[in-house]
Design a protein around this ligand. Structure first.
Ligand code: ASP
Length: 341
């Protein structure tokens, strides 16, 4: 049996393709709790592999994966590329800056072009919310959303959950489920796809989620998604078990949303003194890229026993391997995954 045919913790989810009956991974909003757990459990084998000297599997040998990135990226693009290569696939990166998109080609034409090249999976990052769904409707292979505008960034939320699970386990806590945990997400909630995907994912796994931002950077009506809303960072931190900091998404802002970076740091920056207001030993997370001295101070970002920021990056590769492996099982005819369309 190959690694991709195993089902760790099989009692938690239905057998075979029913464990993950989706062709695409477009958002956490489309997933059931057991489907999230399935992807997290599947990623564990890849965490182990990635810690070996020999990090190669041939599960996806012969398949072609196209990473089509219409927005800048460091971590996500690199980790999808590494993930595909470690699984033995041929990986091609398309950067919008060098593509015909700059010549005015529509998104639909780009999608049709990618489809004609017979990719076996397409990973897309795009500046418009819903763009990945639009492409998924036009192509024949699985589509993975690597961030679409302000909408969703599902693999980021999954890797955050995996990093948190590992950190909790190391502390002797179960880490399997986040029931009883209070997680504060602070920053530019309005423009953040990471906040949206994490809210959905963390709540599905049982956590209480607090969102904190200045009023101008908080989406109206977000309470309806079950979040507790704060504008006072100290109050939002009180007793929190995890603090996730987000960058100001200046590239998505039209107009003045904050008076100055200095004032923003004063009110919403995570300093060591502020972190002391959270629960004892609270963990610190950030999806990157960080603006040190704005939303987070260096001494907090680099705290060895509290910050799990580099672990988030590590888990990103494993989660993306799991997503690529699971979504291509039907194409590969993996036993138990053939029967569903
Ligand atoms: N890297 C994350 C994203 O693509 C967070 C950020 O850019 O601030 O959304």
């Amino acid at each position: 049996m190959t690694a991709s045919q195993t089902q760790p913790h099989a009692s938690r989810y239905p057998a075979g393709a029913q464990a993950f009956p989706h062709r695409d991974l477009l958002g956490i909003g489309q997933l059931e709790r057991h489907e999230i757990l399935f992807l997290l459990d599947e990623a564990e084998q890849w965490v182990d592999l990635n810690r070996q000297r020999q990090k190669h599997s041939d599960s996806l040998a012969g398949l072609t994966i196209i990473n089509a990135f219409f927005e800048n990226s460091t971590r996500t693009l690199l980790s999808f590329e590494i993930a595909g290569k470690r699984l033995g696939a041929d990986v091609v990166n398309m950067h919008a800056a060098q593509s015909s998109v700059k010549k005015g080609e529509t998104l639909i034409d780009t999608a049709i072009t990618l489809n004609a090249m017979r990719a076996d999976a397409i990973v897309i990052r795009h500046g418009s919310s819903g763009a990945t769904g639009l492409i998924a409707d036009k192509v024949d292979c699985p589509v993975l959303n690597a961030g679409d505008g302000q909408h969703e960034h599902p693999t980021q939320a999954l890797l955050d959950a995996l990093a948190l699970r590992h950190a909790l386990r190391e502390r002797g806590q179960s880490g399997d489920d986040f029931t009883g945990l209070t997680i504060t997400i602070c920053g530019d909630i309005l423009h953040s796809r990471v906040a949206r995907s994490n809210l959905l994912c963390l709540q599905a796994l049982g956590a209480t989620v607090r969102l904190c931002a200045p009023p101008a950077l908080m989406p109206s009506g977000i309470e309806a998604m079950g979040a507790q809303v704060f504008h006072d960072f100290d109050a939002a931190l009180d007793g929190a078990d995890v603090v996730m900091m987000l960058r100001l998404q200046t590239e998505r802002m039209s107009g003045q949303f904050i008076p100055s970076a200095r004032e923003y740091h004063y009110l919403y920056g995570l300093t060591a003194a502020r972190l002391a207001k959270a629960g004892e030993g609270a963990l610190v997370m950030h999806p990157g890229p960080m603006n040190r001295g704005v939303e987070i101070d260096s001494d907090v970002a680099d705290m060895i026993d509290r910050s799990i920021i580099t672990r988030q990056v590590e888990m990103g590769v494993a989660i993306r391997m799991a997503a690529l492996d699971v979504l291509t099982r039907r194409t590969r005819g993996v036993a138990g995954w053939r029967e569903t369309a």
